[in-house]
Design a protein around this ligand. Sequence first.
Ligand code: AKG
Length: 236
Amino acid sequence: MTTFPSFEFEGPCNPELSAGQLTRFWEMGYGSHPLLLEGGELEGLRTKFEDILVDAFGLDSQTLATTLTIEKYVLEMTLSASHSDYLSDSQIYGKIVGIGAQLFGLEPEDVVAGWRIFLKKPGFKETPFHQDALFRPPPYDSISFWIPLDGASERNGCLYYIDRSHERGLLPHREIDGQQTIEAIGFEEARACPLPPGAVSFHHCMTIHGAAPNRDTKSRRCFGIVCSPGRSTGTV
Ligand SMILES: O=C(O)CCC(=O)C(=O)O
């Protein structure tokens, strides 16, 4: 197993959100933070991402990009307990849970969180608009964090959000090509959220979002962390 350099990082563990950032998240249903991954943290996450793919497919992201022939929007995977436990000892986990706690108005120990990865290889189409709440149990209060390891742009598949859509209730979805989709929503009415490497965006589980296609030559690699208030079921 690789060494995860973030264990050496001694910076602040819980980035503070300003009062303005908190208010804006609850108004808009989403937000972003530079997060400031320092030292080898970002490189450590990239190495871990590749380890996870090699464990699952026997291939790294570059080789997968040339050999994976399935047509998909995005490849999403939850992590094995060993990868998940390893990552949950990292500084980045503490920072995300810290931000989650501020958004919920709770202490970090009252937040439960789980990891996943998202791989959008070159040529994968747009991720259709959806609400994460469709895949989670009530009371629909979780918040998803999205950490693009090489940054995200309109070219490689950044997220798009619909302002204030977390207030619309759970909308009807239809399964199209195996993907739950809110058909009435188009990219022209959504707001692109490009991010530099090391930054994070976060959205409420009722917020309508999708992602652009990957028109780049490299895979778009992201970690996701879903945080819920501890009082909910613990399913994240
Ligand atoms: O990475 C993607 O393309 C989609 C991610 C997403 O829908 C999510 O994080 O909820």
